[in-house]
Design a protein around this ligand. Structure first.
Ligand code: ADP
Length: 448
C-alpha cells in the first residue's frame, strides 16, 4: 500500500497531463480543419451565387444601340451592344438575400459576410457593395477575401470571354468566427477536465487524510496501552506489597499502598472517561442541557479542584474575574469539563524548573462573556496551534513525549464550545506560553 499509492498518483497525474496534451493538439487540428472546411463551404456558396448571377447576366436583354442606316451590313433586326452591369439589375439587398439563402443551404447561417460586385478584379472598381465592405476589405490579416469571376453562362453569346464582373466576398474575423463555432466544445472539455482534476485532487487528499488518521490511531493505541499499563503495573506491585506479612502488620504501610491503588484507580477512571467522551463526540451524542449559570462560580470551582496539583508543581493561579455579567446558558457538567481540560493542559504542558503561573481572566461585552486562560508553559508552534482541535492530535516535538495524553481533550473542548454557540481562539508562542480565549454568548434574559 505504501509503495502503490505514490505510483498510482504519478500514473494518474501523467495520464491527466497526457490527456490534456492530446486534447490540446486535437483542438489545434480541429481549428485548422474547421477553417479549411468553412473556407471551402464559403467558396462553394460564393460560386453558386456567382453562377446564379452569371446566368442572369447572360439572359439580360442587350442594350439596343441605334443602328446607323445604310452603313450596317447586319440584318434589319440584329442588335448589338453591351450587357447591362449586375448593379443595374440588382440592389445590394437582393444580392445579400441571394447570398444569405445559399449560405443557409450550405449550413453557414451564422457566418457573417460582406460583399461587392466589381467591374473587374480590381477591388476598387466597385459597382455595388454592402455596408461595411470597404472597411473590412482593408483588414486583409483577419478577414478572408474571395474573389470570384462572374463568367457568362456557357452557351450564351458571350461564351469564352473573360469575366466581365467579379463577386468579392469577405468573411470578417474569419478565425474568430471559426473559434466561436467550437468554443462551447473547448469550454465543455475544459470543464470536464477540471472536474476530473478536482475529483483526483479530492481523492488524493482523502487518501492522505485516511493515512494520517490510521497513523494517529496507531499512536493512540500505543498511548492508551502505555497509559493503562503503568497504573496496572503500579497496582500489581502495591497488591504484592500488601500480601507481604510485614506490611500487613504495619497500618501505615497498609494505608500507603492502598492509597496508591486508589490513586492509580482514579487515574485509570479518568482515562476511561476521556475515551468515553471521545466516543460520544464521535457519535455526536453529546447531550447538552443548557441552563442559566454564573460562569464565575464554575471557574472558581475548577480552579479549586486543580489547586492541589498546581501546588504540587509549585505553580499558582491568578484570578482576574472582571466580567460584570457572567450569566450564560451552559451545561454545568460539560462546561466544567471544558474549563478543567484547559487548566489541566496548562498544568500538563508547563515548563520544568520554571514557576507556573496561570492567569484566568473574564470580561463581558453586552452580548458575550470572554474567558481567557493564559499560561507561561512550553507553548506551541504554528502547526500545533492550527491542529490542536483535531481529534487525537498531539504535538510531536520537544519534551512533550514526557507528558502522556490521548490528544482528545482539545477536540472535546472545541465541541463543547461549539455546542454553547461560542468561539475559541488560541494564541501561543513556542517556549513562552499559550493563551486560550473562549467567548460564550450571555444568557438572553440576563441574570439568573
Ligand atoms: P493531550 O493533552 O491528551 O495530548 P489535548 O487534546 O488536550 O491532548 O491537546 C492536544 C495537544 O495540544 C497537546 O498534545 C499539546 O501538544 C497541545 N497543547 C494543549 N494545550 C496546551 C498548552 N496549554 N500549552 C502547550 N501545548 C498545549
Amino acid at each position: 500500500m505504501k509503495r502503490i499509492f505514490p505510483v498510482i498518483v504519478v500514473l494518474i497525474s501523467l495520464s491527466l497531463v497526457g490527456i490534456i496534451a492530446i486534447q490540446f493538439s486535437w483542438f489545434k487540428n480541429m481549428i485548422i480543419l474547421k477553417q479549411e472546411q468553412l473556407q471551402a463551404r464559403v467558396e462553394e456558396a460564393a460560386t453558386v451565387v456567382a453562377n446564379e448571377l452569371s446566368s442572369t447576366a447572360s439572359s439580360a436583354p442587350y442594350f439596343k444601340i441605334p443602328r446607323k442606316p445604310n452603313i450596317s451590313l447586319l440584318p434589319e433586326d440584329a442588335t448589338y451592344g453591351m450587357m447591362p452591369t449586375l448593379s443595374q439589375h440588382y440592389s445590394e439587398f437582393e444580392i445579400r438575400e441571394k447570398l444569405e439563402k445559399v449560405f443557409e443551404e450550405k449550413n453557414l447561417k451564422d457566418v457573417q459576410f460582406e460583399f461587392a460586385i466589381t467591374a473587374n478584379s480590381n477591388m476598387y472598381n466597385i459597382e455595388l457593395q454592402s455596408k461595411d465592405f470597404l472597411k473590412e476589405s482593408a483588414d486583409t490579416v483577419h478577414n478572408k477575401i474571395k474573389i470570384i469571376g462572374i463568367l457568362p453562362e456557357t452557351g450564351s453569346d458571350m461564351e469564352g470571354l473573360v469575366p466581365y464582373e467579379h463577386l468579392i466576398l469577405i468573411v470578417p474575423d474569419f478565425k474568430t468566427q471559426v473559434w466561436e463555432s467550437i468554443i462551447w466544445m473547448i469550454v465543455a472539455s475544459a470543464f470536464f477536465t477540471l472536474i476530473i482534476i478536482a475529483a483526483f485532487f479530492l481523492t488524493v487528499r482523502t487518501l492522505l487524510r485516511q493515512k494520517k488518521l490510521s497513523e494517529i490511531k496507531t499512536d493512540f493505541i500505543n498511548n492508551m496501552t502505555h497509559e493503562f499499563k503503568t497504573p496496572l503495573a503500579t497496582i500489581s506491585l502495591a497488591v504484592d506489597a500488601l500480601k507481604n506479612e510485614k506490611v500487613q502488620h504495619n497500618i501505615e504501610k497498609m494505608n500507603y499502598f492502598s492509597g496508591i491503588i486508589k490513586e492509580e484507580n482514579k487515574r485509570m477512571n479518568k482515562h476511561v472517561e476521556t475515551i468515553l467522551q471521545a466516543a460520544l463526540l464521535d457519535k455526536q451524542e453529546l447531550k447538552i442541557s443548557l441552563v442559566p449559570i454564573h460562569a464565575t462560580d464554575l471557574i472558581k470551582n475548577v480552579v479549586n479542584n486543580n489547586n492541589l496539583r498546581l501546588q504540587d508543581k509549585g505553580g499558582r493561579v491568578e484570578l482576574n474575574l472582571k466580567a460584570t455579567n457572567d450569566v450564560i446558558d451552559a451545561d454545568e457538567n460539560h462546561f466544567t469539563n471544558m474549563l478543567s481540560n484547559l487548566i489541566d493542559n496548562s498544568i500538563k504542558y508547563s515548563k520544568e524548573n520554571h514557576p507556573l503561573v496561570i492567569k484566568v481572566h473574564t470580561s463581558s461585552t453586552h452580548k458575550h462573556l470572554q474567558i481567557k486562560i493564559e499560561d507561561n508553559g512550553i507553548g506551541m508552534n504554528k502547526e500545533t496551534v492550527k491542529r490542536i482541535f483535531e481529534k487525537f492530535y498531539r504535538a510531536h516535538t520537544g519534551n512533550i513525549h514526557n507528558v502522556k495524553g490521548f490528544g482528545l481533550g482539545m477536540s472535546y473542548v472545541r465541541t463543547v464550545v461549539d455546542e454553547h454557540k461560542g468561539k475559541i481562539k488560541v494564541d501561543s508562542t513556542l517556549g513562552k506560553g499559550s493563551c486560550f480565549t473562549v467567548e460564550i454568548p450571555l444568557a438572553e434574559n440576563g441574570k439568573s
